[in-house]
Design a protein around this ligand. Structure first.
Ligand code: ASP
Length: 328
């Protein structure tokens, strides 16, 4: 016994410091980035957001602590945020110009690099589960519009009336936007998209993102959230990324894949790669942020907005929930 523990001790000593510290699992989530400033936030709004993020961290960590997969954990965390009307995904999604809710979501498994995505869906309670169904129950990666709604019903996902997604606050935001004729990329915008990235006990990573898009979107506009490589990417050889922000710029910068590529080919830390790519996105005019985790157990986030709804937890670390840029 003593001898065994001596050998184990010797083995441990020979491991690099990073490997010794590697958490058994990690989870990072976001609920959108934007102009979150203390002066502009009501205490109710802040408390609701923090509670929602905390509940999502709980749901995801329960999966991971029980030995579940990163894929199951990111789906579980995102479902909580989709069900929470505080965030722009599922119930509480923003309105299109025509006063409808059209939802986008995507998910990716870093172990196999399989991926699934849906765009412009209108009847599935949890679009993230539909994205997963596309990945696991079809030969495709991305389904859109009517066909995606039909696939969802055929596969038996929970269907809801389109009015389920609508909230008064989001309708007010659409009316304000129409009245002011403000730009869609108004500097004051708060992106409420949700996302999660995780590493499980086997060292596999996964990423998931879900959104209603941007208020007042028209003509079937689709952002980065359901675009694999832009809003979502996961690769065990690098990291898992979920983004939020002005989708058009994230698509042009290929944000999620670009970060993974820098990590994989240049050996950069997740934080360094994310900061560089967010800076490049800002140079194009794009505001927003990303969350990341990798097989090494590193967790990171980066945003070029004043704040981002975000949270993280790991097997060995304390739970953190933050909103403003100067927290954590
Ligand atoms: N990225 C999303 C989109 O452009 C919006 C957001 O993050 O809130 O559709």
């Amino acid at each position: 016994m003593i001898r065994l523990s001596l050998i184990a001790g010797a083995l441990l000593m020979s491991l690099p410091a990073a490997a010794q510290d590697k958490p058994q699992w990690t989870l990072v989530i976001h609920g959108g980035a934007g102009v979150m400033e203390r002066a502009k936030m009501t205490p109710e709004r802040e408390a609701a957001a923090r509670k929602g993020l905390d509940t999502a961290l709980e749901a995801g960590s329960k999966v991971l602590a029980g030995g579940g997969s990163a894929l199951d954990a990111v789906e579980a965390a995102v479902k909580v945020l989709e069900d929470d009307p505080s965030f722009n995904a599922g119930r509480g999604a923003v309105f299109t110009y025509d006063g409808t809710n059209e939802l986008d979501a995507s998910i990716m498994d870093g172990a196999t690099r399989r991926a699934g995505a849906v765009a412009g869906v209108t009847r599935t309670r949890n679009p993230i589960s539909l994205a997963r169904k596309v990945m696991e129950g079809s030969p495709h990666v991305m389904l859109a519009g009517k066909g995606a709604d039909q696939f969802s019903a055929e596969k038996g996902l929970e269907q809801v009336a389109p009015s389920y997604f609508a909230t008064k606050e989001r309708r007010r935001q659409l009316e304000t936007l129409k009245a002011k004729k403000t730009s869609w990329f108004d500097i004051d915008r708060k992106f409420g998209t949700v996302g999660a990235v995780a590493m499980d006990a086997k060292g596999h990573v996964a990423a998931a993102t879900s959104t209603g898009g941007i208020t007042g979107k028209r003509w079937g506009r689709i952002g980065d959230s359901p675009v694999i490589g832009a809003g979502t990417y996961a690769d065990d050889r690098a990291c898992a990324v979920s983004a939020t922000g002005a989708g058009e710029y994230f698509i042009r910068a290929g944000v999620a894949h670009e970060i993974c590529a820098r990590v994989r080919f240049k050996g950069e830390s997740l934080k360094a790669a994310a900061d560089i790519v967010m800076k490049e996105t800002a140079d194009l005019g794009g505001t927003g942020g990303v969350i990341l985790t990798g097989p090494s157990g590193e967790m990171a986030w980066s945003f070029n907005t004043p704040g981002m709804y975000r949270g993280k937890v790991s097997a060995s670390g304390e739970k953190v929930v933050a909103i403003y840029g100067d927290e954590d």
